[in-house]
Each structure stands twice: as structure tokens, then as C-alpha cells.
Ligand binder design. Structure first.
Ligand code: PGA
Length: 279
């Protein structure tokens, strides 16, 4: 059932590359972007791709098939707020997505309430908000599930049922991000979490909750993307480091595309099995 729902709601997986504080120069950013656009060509029909460079580079990248997002927006919208960059500013430079509430920003003091304001502003500006949630650690008692619930409830607190299609939930357990051993969550645990999040989204938004895509981030690589997509019950990924080189990003595209193929094959097999007809 989960498998069929997953296919129905996400005709194309979404892969959002988070460039974080890289690269150092505009020239490198241009080169990286064009490299990614080139490798993406082959996957265009099966995958939606976005990259989120540092905001300074957004206006100078000549927008191609890979959409551009920003990694953060200001809580404020205008006025005397030195150093801030608003959602409408990045939107006017060509960004169509914004990551909001990444754990690296939450670690700098961003609260759920601040995240909620930012999400509302991103949506109001006509961009898609990629809202990050994730527990710092997992405890035996399952308290981390309450943390996820609370983050979702508060961070999406200003999103209406009519706006849910403009929001994506990125499940990013903090313990899986940036690991030097590149070990991500297991697809089994991810599937459990995807079911849990989906159920909660429906509790909060009713059937509209079904429209919110759930993606996963945290040490996604070419090696684990196939299994995570095939068995993890998510609609895409938010890779960090794997999106910093065209070749490694290509690996994630390719593994995801393989998983899509496999899921399609399986769903065809499921639909072929029809109950015997009575005479
Ligand atoms: P990572 O980062 O893929 O390098 O672990 C993911 C993220 O922080 O969004």
C-alpha cells in the first residue's frame, strides 16, 4: 500500500543539493552548476533537481533545467536589519525553492517559531519551502518521535491546508548529517519514520497532508540512494556533500533513477495480479 501511494504521489523524485558554505568563488559556482546541469540531462525525464548555492551566487547563475534554491531566508522582510537577505530578494534573483530550518541553522539558535515565520514568508513569496526536521539522537524510549512531531507542528504552524503543496518536509536526523563514514539511516528505519511523518501530517492537515512530499537528507551517496529510495518510502533526497561535484551528484541521480525503474517494475507486477473472476 505504502509502495503504491509513494508512486502515485511522487511521479518524479525530487533531489535538492545543499551546497552549504561552498564553493569559494563565483567562477567555481558557475562551473559546478554547469557541470551538474550537464550530468542531469540524462535524468531530466525521471527526476526533479534543485541546487541551493550560497545566496550571493544565485543571480549570476544562468538558470537551466536544474532549479535554484536558497539555503535560508531572513526572518525579517524589510528595514534596518543589517546583513539580512529576504525571501523576496532571493526570489527576484531566480530562486524557486528555499531550505528552511536546517539543523545547522537550528544549531545557531533558530527556533521552531522562527522557522514557522520563515516558511510562511517563503510560501507567500511563491517559492517552495523545504522544511528540515530531525532528531539529534535516538533514544530507546522513542522520545525522538515526539521531537519530530513537535518540530513539524510548530515549523508548519503557519501553513494552511491550501498551501501544503508548497511545502516539502525534509527529514534530516542530525546524527546522520555530514558523517565521515557516510553511513546514512537504514532504509528500514527511514521507512518507519516516513510512515510516522505521513500519519502525523494527515492528523494535522487532513487529506491535504498527503500532498506534502517527504524527502530524506543525511549522508546520501551514490551507494545508499538506491536502497533508501526503493525501501525508504520517501519522495527524494537532500544531499549535502554529494551535490558538490557533478560526478558524485550524478551518482545520486543515477541510483535514484534505478530505484524508480525498479519501483515501476514492481508496481506493474502488483497490478498484473488480478483476483480470479467468477463465472
Ligand atoms: P550531507 O548533508 O549529505 O553532507 O550529510 C546533508 C545536509 O546537511 O543537508
Amino acid at each position: 500500500m505504502i509502495l503504491q501511494n509513494h508512486m502515485k504521489k511522487t511521479p518524479k523524485p525530487l533531489i535538492v543539493g545543499n551546497w552549504k558554505l561552498t564553493p569559494n568563488t563565483l567562477n567555481e559556482a558557475k562551473e559546478r552548476y554547469l557541470g551538474i546541469v550537464k550530468v542531469y540531462k540524462k535524468f531530466k525525464s525521471v527526476i526533479d533537481a534543485v541546487v541551493c548555492p550560497p545566496a550571493t551566487f544565485i543571480s549570476s547563475l544562468k538558470k537551466k533545467d536544474v532549479a535554484i534554491g536558497t539555503q535560508n531566508v531572513s526572518f525579517w522582510t524589510t528595514g534596518s536589519k543589517t546583513g539580512e537577505i529576504s525571501a523576496s530578494m532571493v526570489k527576484s534573483c531566480g530562486a524557486t525553492y528555499s531550505i528552511v530550518g536546517h539543523s545547522e541553522r537550528r544549531a545557531m539558535g533558530e527556533t521552531d517559531e522562527v522557522v514557522a515565520e520563515k516558511v510562511a514568508e517563503v510560501v507567500k513569496c511563491g517559492m517552495i519551502a523545504v522544511v528540515c526536521v530531525g532528531e539529534a539522537e535516538r533514544d530507546e524510549e522513542g522520545n525522538y518521535l515526539e521531537i519530530i512531531k513537535s518540530q513539524i507542528k510548530k515549523s508548519l504552524g503557519r501553513v494552511s491546508k491550501q498551501e501544503v503543496h508548497k511545502v516539502i518536509v525534509a527529514y534530516e536526523p542530525v546524527w546522520a548529517i555530514g558523517r565521515t563514514d557516510n553511513v546514512a539511516i537504514t532504509s528500514h528505519d527511514l521507512h518507519q519514520m516516513a510512515i510516522f511523518i505521513r500519519k502525523y501530517l494527515k492528523e494535522v492537515f487532513g487529506i491535504a497532508g498527503d500532498l506534502i512530499r517527504i524527502i530524506y537528507g543525511g549522508s546520501v551517496t551514490a551507494e545508499n540512494a538506491f536502497d533508501l529510495y526503493l525501501n525508504g518510502g520517501v519522495s527524494g533526497f537532500l544531499p549535502g556533500r554529494s551535490s558538490w561535484e557533478a560526478e558524485t551528484f550524478k551518482g545520486v541521480f543515477s541510483a535514484t533513477a534505478e530505484a524508480v525503474k525498479e519501483l515501476k517494475k514492481r508496481s506493474r507486477q502488483v497490478t498484473k495480479v488480478k483476483p480470479p473472476r467468477r463465472k
